[in-house]
Design a protein around this ligand. Sequence first.
Ligand SMILES: Cc1cc2nc3c(=O)[nH]c(=O)nc-3n(C[C@H](O)[C@H](O)[C@H](O)COP(=O)(O)OP(=O)(O)OC[C@H]3O[C@@H](n4cnc5c(N)ncnc54)[C@H](O)[C@@H]3O)c2cc1C
Length: 543
Amino acid sequence: MTSNARRFDAVVVGGGHNGLTCAAYLAAAGLSVCIAERRGVVGGAAVTEEFHPGFRNSTASYTVSLLDPQVIRDLKLAGHGLVIRERPFSNFLPLPDGDYLKVGGGLAATQAAVGKFSQRDADALPAYYAMLERVASVLRGMLGATPPNFGAGTARDVVSLVEVIKTAKGFRALALPERRDLLDLFTKSAGEILDRWFESAPIKAAFGFDAVVGNFASPYTPGSAYVLLHHVFGEVNGKRGQWGHAVGGMGAITQAMAAECTARGVVIRTGSAVARVLVKAKRAAGVELESGEVIEAARVVANVNPKLLFQRMVAPEHVPEDFRARIDGYRCGSGTFRMNVALSSLPSFTALPGATAQMHHASGIIMAPSLAYMERAYFDARTHGWSREPIVEMLIPSTVDDSLAPAGKHVASLFCQHVHPDLPAVLPGQTWDDVREEVADLMIATVDRFAPGFGASVLGRRILSPLDLEREFGLVGGDIFHGALSLDQLFSARPVLGHADYRMPVAGLYLCGAGAHPGGGVTGIPGRNAAREIVKDARRRRH
Ligand SMILES: Cc1cc2nc3c(=O)[nH]c(=O)nc-3n(C[C@H](O)[C@H](O)[C@H](O)COP(=O)(O)OP(=O)(O)OC[C@H]3O[C@@H](n4cnc5c(N)ncnc54)[C@H](O)[C@@H]3O)c2cc1C
């Protein structure tokens, strides 16, 4: 163990976008901060890397909407070169019968597209969007607040009560039917809600896709409606509900954050894997790296998945037994399989032929025609290990960003669900390393069914199975959100009841990543909220 002479006010474990955000706010409050990141590049799941000679793309997360506008402003991300472009169309769904649905381009255009399948559904769209927006606005009001920390102890429970009253403000502004919508979206299945609103399959699939992204579940699993809601609270350049592309890929966001951190004096150390959190006199006192080097600090702020933190980095004797048991039971595991492919040409879809760039090439292309298809994909993955008819979303960012691929060529992100996060549990003796190439071929073949010739256009590919996501980024069970977004793991219960205020059960230890409220996605919000609580404690010299 070798000690680094400098002692920091805070050491951040992990340089994901939340770790960077937290560090930037802490530095702005005058704290000296060091970030220790295991990989050779900061950004965590929001990075851009070359995956085939001359072809770059966002490696894991690939599309932006949830990034908090205040974080964009406070961290001066535009000043550091961040440009976010809106998608011209939200979604394109090629259908197996050769038809297609386009969603986006304005309400009238979407209504006309949906009207081909059901006039009743087209007529229902404005009310559906309005309902979703009303509930999303209540959710927005809750994101930036520290959740009520029930059960933490008398003094904090009083603070929690005040927080509840504040949070409830948005709720109280709703009329009774709207409160019922909110309850439905927080508790029911997306399928149940969508079946009530719509009768035609394609529009239900377009909306229902958000309910299964990163959520190893059927769209008919209770609680999946919340995952759908979690995907609609964002905005792009002030336009609510939109998704967009960060020019240069998602790494442009985190490189801009890192630039602001550096400007504020944060020390960023890459290639610095943390082995354990040091605890002295019952207080977090720094970290020991895998190299044996010690970084001393007055407090430790963890950007990593809470399971990783408490199962591998904090010695069990420092944590109450019940808390440890709850962390062991904290559910992690997305059913996602992520690929990047380098393409010699754009795909030509049977439903809308043509390999010269058109609007639909620049949208989120969803290959999953119905909720029933998605449900089958889930059950198939549960029993077979992966769905033999998977759900594939494809984005081709090079259609809106020519910095990613050589002229005339393209890169595509394939985000595929459902695969079993714990393969050996279904196929004893097999791991994702044994089947990743076979499953990658299946994903390509799935796109090929809708766009013949796609497979032949693939020049190179990078595959991330759930196991790869865990090994590469520390995403336990490949969980893209650092833990399932289910009601029992949200708000006051994230990650564990009594510790939703970013303070962990060791004094001076905090959680600032997606395992804290309000959960996953490239938002920057857990990082910002955690920094606020840490600064409060630093000023009052408590925790
Ligand atoms: C495949 C995929 C697709 C996604 N798509 C989207 C999307 O399109 N849009 C969106 O908004 N969200 C998306 N998400 C979710 C989003 O990317 C994550 O929820 C978010 O990036 C989490 O950020 P974070 O900073 O909390 O944690 P992370 O990004 O996970 O960062 C944690 C950091 O800790 C580091 N670390 C791990 N172990 C150690 C150690 N021992 N020592 C030091 N450092 C360590 C990791 O290397 C990493 O840099 C996606 C995620 C994945 C995986």
